[in-house]
Design a protein around this ligand. Structure first.
Ligand code: TYD
Length: 135
């Protein structure tokens, strides 16, 4: 069986009639330290985010509200997964091209990242990505 390009991680849930609570501890619930948190929100209908790969960055994406699709490419295979639960993350490692699309209205994509922002870690050209991934 082929391995998925990115792994779903189920996060702890403290279920409570007052409202559920989930939490994430770096290096425990996810396999990396966290140096940055960012989030995508107010995404207009039909809009796409991503469109790049990273050389070294690890990220966990969570649909903390609503849903969206993540289209991944490793240079050979393409795979699309849906995130639609606040207690489920998608771990995306280095050298994976990602597009995030089909954002539902009011959705929020929370991203935990292993390093601070560094433009030098991005590959923003798909042909360059393919050449590098296949090398
Ligand atoms: P980008 O990573 O291309 O966004 P996405 O992949 O979600 O479509 O970043 C968009 C812009 O935001 C870019 O100019 C860099 C800036 N940015 C930061 O300054 N810090 C960050 O942590 C991130 C993720 C982006």
């Amino acid at each position: 069986m082929t391995q998925p390009l990115a792994r779903f991680l189920d996060l702890p849930v403290v279920a409570d009639p007052r409202g559920n609570l989930s939490f994430i501890e770096a290096n425990r619930h996810i396999p990396f330290g966290i140096e940055r948190v960012y989030y995508l929100y107010d995404v207009p209908s039909g809009s796409e985010r991503g469109g790049h790969a990273h050389l070294a960055l690890n990220q966990l994406l969570i649909a903390v509200a609503g849903s969206f699709d993540v289209r991944l490419h490793d240079g050979t295979r393409e795979e699309t997964v849906t995130l639609n639960r606040p207690n489920r993350g998608l771990h995306i490692g280095p050298m994976l091209w990602r597009e995030i699309e089909n954002f539902s209205s009011g959705s929020v994509c929370l991203v935990l990242a292993s390093t601070v922002y560094d433009e030098a870690d991005y590959i923003r050209d798909f042909d360059q990505f393919l050449a590098r991934a296949r090398a």
